[in-house]
Design a protein. Structure first.
Length: 524
């Protein structure tokens, strides 16, 4: 029977423990070459070694043992902790932990560790330095922003922080150049291949190969995904989730265009289940808040919010390639992406609040509120595709059963596009004109309701005025969630008594109070 030696390692020392012939054995040694050498002299011949991943402390030991032909396994500390808890273990010290690690390795179908190369370790160190520099730059820019908001700012203080930012950015460039130089020699082909995948840019590729290393050590894609921890369990829907401050400055499509908050993509008609997002919030993502391009199976959004998308760095940055749509529900080329968006709100996004993204099939937009987005509130830009998904029109309205359904929505202001009057352009047929198209029913624009501040409890919220700070920490509609995970109950965008939007909606089968449903995301 093979003997597993469990090692619990710290900065200066490590505990090694194993059980042989029913007898417990224990050593406490120096975390260094002399301790590693003594360990090999003391343990039974042919032993296998197991330890937890502990930052950098375990690396020298694992590399020493592995380089001398000894099998080594490195475990996720959380997995070992859960194993200890399942044993109802009450004793907690380094020696006991070492025995638990040995027991865990012996009971599992343990796969031995693949020792990282010198370049892989150096790349990880560089990546840690880059992350640290990015954090310092962001913090310094936030300080500079705060200083420049005050008329009494000290010129010397402003000058110092500007020089600090410049120095940090210079160091960042040096670190990135070194990282790229190393990658070109060790991962050039893999990086090029990864960057050829739509949605994967240089930044993501560098991060991936820096931390994963040689992907050939995985026997399947499922093994790789499981190792990363992206699919610990199968789930199709998200409830009470937040996605904010995502930014990809080096994406293959340009600065900021590959960092959405939430997305669902590439699900074909008839494959799988409907994906649902309920009570989810998305803000300050450099591309879009919610994006469902190439999704050919229905998605449901309910009680979801999108704010300030298209911007970065807590709302201070404006990436030139970020699209900036709040809720983007297209495109569908095969006709399967007929989505439902209900009781959602979008405000202060760089482009539109609700966007159809040149889809070929209409979605249902029910009881939503769009407020003060930079371009349009509702933009139903659509087009036509043939049966094989080939685009056959530049832009065209969707009609009859294929049309968008827009009911009980608030646009404040009533600034929409491809609603009621649509541009139709089909170059192959020499068509280029405006035509009448579906405008929906019982929306503010149908009812000629130009709402004002007097129709709402409040249009004041930190998300409307605060930048340079993490909104998830500030009380407001995007602030800390309630104990049960629900969204804070605040007055922002809610209708007040006497609002002209109360009782103006159509009964769509949802609960309501009064003579008829109200318009917008929030029933009075």
């Amino acid at each position: 029977m093979e003997t597993w030696v469990g090692i619990d390692i710290s900065k200066d020392t490590f505990d090694a423990a194993w059980i042989m012939d029913g007898k417990k054995n224990h050593l406490k040694l120096e975390n260094g070459s002399s301790g590693f050498k003594r360990l090999l002299n003391e343990v039974p011949a042919g032993s296998r070694f197991a330890m937890e991943a502990t930052g950098e402390y375990h690396l020298n030991c694992t590399r020493y043992l592995s380089s001398r032909g000894n099998p080594v396994a490195v475990f996720n500390p959380f997995a070992v902790k859960m194993h200890m808890q399942s044993d109802l273990r009450r004793c907690k010290n380094d020696r006991a932990d070492a025995y638990s690690i040995a027991k865990f390795a012996a009971e599992k179908n343990t796969v031995c560790w693949s020792c990282p190369t010198d370049d892989e370790i150096r790349l990880k160190h560089l990546d840690a330095v880059i992350d640290n520099l990015q954090k310092q730059i962001r913090q310094s820019k936030n300080v500079l922003h705060s200083l420049t908001q005050v008329n009494l700012s000290d010129d010397q203080a402003v000058s110092i922080i500007k020089k600090t930012i410049s120095s940090l950015e210079t160091l960042m460039e040096r670190a990135r150049n070194r990282q790229l130089e190393m990658v070109k020699t060790s991962r050039k082909e893999e990086i090029a291949l990864a960057c050829s995948i739509p949605g994967i840019g240089l930044e993501t590729s560098l991060k991936f190969f820096t931390h994963v290393g040689n992907i050939k050590k995985f026997d399947s894609s499922r093994s790789l995904i499981s190792w990363i921890g992206l699919t610990p369990r199968n789930a199709q829907s998200g409830t009470n989730c937040d996605a904010h401050d995502n930014y990809d400055p080096l994406g293959w499509q340009g600065d900021g265009e590959n960092a959405d908050g939430f997305g669902a993509h590439y699900q074909k008609p008839g494959e799988g289940d409907t994906t649902k997002f309920i009570g989810c919030r998305s803000w300050w993502n450099s591309d879009d808040g919610f994006d469902f391009i190439n999704q050919e199976f229905p998605v449901v959004l309910e009680n979801c919010y999108a704010m300030g998308n298209g911007y970065s760095d807590y709302g201070l940055g404006n990436p030139k390639n970020g699209n900036g749509h709040g809720i983007k529900m297209g495109e569908s080329t095969l006709g399967g992406g007929r989505h439902t968006i209900k009781f959602c709100a979008a405000w202060k996004n760089k482009a539109t609040g609700f966007y159809a993204n040149y889809t070929g099939v209409g979605s249902k937009w029910l009881n939503n509120t769009s407020y003060m987005n930079k371009d349009r509130e509702f933009a139903m830009a659509s087009t036509l595709f043939d049966s094989e998904g080939n685009r056959i029109a530049e832009v065209a309205p969707l009609t009859d059963d294929n049309a968008h359904v827009l009911k009980n929505n608030i646009a404040f202001p009533n600034r929409n596009s491809q609603v009621g009057e649509c541009w139709e352009k089909i170059e192959s047929q020499n068509i280029d004109h405006y035509v009448e198209c579906p405008a929906g029913e019982n929306n503010t624009w149908n009812l000629n309701l130009d709402l004002t501040e007097d129709d709402f409890v409040s249009l004041d919220d930190p998300s409307m005025t605060v930048t340079g700070k993490d909104l998830s920490t500030i009380a407001g509609i995007l602030g800390p969630r309630n104990a049960d995970g629900s969204i804070p109950d605040v007055g922002f965008l809610k209708l007040k008594k006497g609002s002209r939007a109360i009782d103006k909606g159509e009964d769509l089968g949802f609960p309501f109070v009064g003579e008829a449903p109200d318009l917008g995301a929030f029933e009075y």
